[in-house]
Ligand binder design. Structure first.
Ligand SMILES: [Fe+2]
Length: 442
């Protein structure tokens, strides 16, 4: 365990102790032993139907690390506390004996007490020292209980074409109506190198049953396609009612994911950057510490050697939702986006769809001029009418559709397509850029 991880888990364990103190942890009912049943007419003692906690790995999620060419993170959960949780990894090939040279990596573990008093156990491994552009097989487990083997591929070290899928808020009816969007996205772009969520994955981020729905809806896809994600306002308490130190990221976020910690202090695993094959991907957290994030963003984009720069934030810069006016975000971030030539901003929150023209300082510019495209999308069924406030800035708006976006990136060209849950093309655009345009000269 690195010192950084030890610190992280220390913090997490700190709040877990806090949660545990407020929750009664109920005794776990024991299954009745097998034996002869009661004679007819005898009162029947009702046997407990509560199952034993299981050590089967579930919620197995790959996440990109800050060094995606040579490392890969995986996180999973068990109901039972397992001895020596660990993972195995081997280069994948078509032979059935691919696992003969698997190496074993011990996991770090963390216990979480849920709202109903159940204690569950999260485990994580970061595979290090991997070869770039290589397919690996891995499995997770403990003792004799293992997951199936799954594959992932490491990124390349240089600028080379890749693709990813971007999703706006799932948030509501996540199993019932979002699973179909995830499956449509996987069928449309099975080769996508990662999936990118921009917050509000669930409606109440402190309710484990809602996360259970999300992971059931995603199925095995995150076992083979890494996720990157950032929190929305629903992964936090309601700002209208909760203030001060109590206003903080819900404790179920960090145990489920293993995300980079290279952002500002206090925003670990919510604000970070990843350089992926010639593109800098930056996650912002629109819920708190915005000034700290702006200073950090200005600094890291000033040092950005990548061809493309894509920033993601849950709350939109130019909102097309109802009653939402986020001039604070506009004033804080647009000058930084303009100064450093951010190409694309991916957002959620509004439960509408909008894609702006290329903008600079909020003004429309020509397709060959430097500027930023701002997109808002939604993958769940909840939808709001489009507010006309920023219509002059928008190339396309819409509402009432469940959408996903496939983004294909290569040096010089970024191709963007939005599809609806039925797989129909809803919107498309293309950005071209011969060389990276970075900070303004005075
Ligand atoms: Fe939302």
């Amino acid at each position: 365990m690195t010192r950084k991880h030890a610190t992280t888990f220390g913090i997490l364990l700190g709040w877990i102790a806090l949660i545990a103190a407020g929750c009664a942890v109920g005794a776990i009912p024991q299954a009745s032993p097998n034996g002869s049943g009661p004679a007819v007419g005898e009162p029947v003692a009702r046997a407990s139907t509560a199952p034993e906690p299981r050590d089967t790995p579930e919620r197995i999620i790959l996440n990109l690390t800050a060094a995606p060419a040579t490392s890969q993170a995986v996180t999973w959960r068990t109901e039972a506390q397992t001895a020596t949780p660990r993972s195995q990894i081997a280069r994948a090939d078509g032979s059935g004996a691919f696992d003969a040279r698997a190496r074993t990596v011990d996991a770090e573990s963390l216990s979480v007490v849920l709202g109903d008093g159940r204690r569950v156990h999260h485990h994580r491994v970061i595979f290090e020292g991997l070869e770039p552009e290589t397919r690996y097989a891995y499995r997770v487990g403990a003792g004799q209980t293992w997951s199936e083997w799954n594959h992932f591929e490491t990124a390349g070290t240089a600028s080379s074409p890749f693709s990813f899928v971007y999703f706006g808020d799932p948030q509501e009816e996540v199993l019932s109506k979002c699973a179909r969007v995830f499956r449509a996205a996987f069928k449309k772009a099975p080769e996508a190198d990662f999936w990118h969520f921009v917050g509000d994955l669930v409606d109440n981020g402190d309710r484990d049953e809602e996360w259970a729905e999300l992971f059931e809806a995603l199925g095995w896809i995150p076992r083979t396609t890494p996720l990157i994600l950032l929190p929305g306002n629903h992964e936090y308490p309601d700002k209208r009612f909760v203030h001060g130190p109590a206003y903080r990221l819900f404790p179920l976020w960090r145990p489920h994911f293993t995300l980079p910690e290279n952002g500002p202090a206090g925003l670990e695993e919510t604000v970070y950057r990843i350089d992926y094959q010639g593109t800098r991907l930056v996650m912002l957290n629109g819920n708190e510490k915005l000034e700290e994030q702006a200073a950090w963003l200005d600094r890291i984009l000033g040092l950005d050697p990548q061809h493309w720069t894509i920033v993601a934030i849950h709350q939109p810069i130019y909102s097309t939702g109802k009653h939402r006016d986020k001039t604070l975000l506009e004033n804080l971030f647009v000058p930084i986006f303009d100064r450093h030539g951010v190409d694309l901003v991916l957002q959620g929150h509004d439960h509408t769809y909008s894609r702006s023209f290329k903008l600079r300082g909020g003004q429309r510019v020509g397709p060959d001029q430097p500027g930023t495209v701002y997109v808002i999308s939604v993958s769940g069924p909840k939808s709001y009418p489009v507010n006309p406030r920023h219509l002059a800035r928008m190339a396309r708006t819409g509402t009432g559709r469940q959408l996903f976006q496939v983004i294909r990136v290569s040096a010089g060209r970024l191709a963007y397509e939005a599809f609806d849950a039925a797989g129909e093309l809803f919107d498309a655009m293309e950005l071209k850029k011969e060389s990276p345009r970075k900070a303004d000269s005075p």
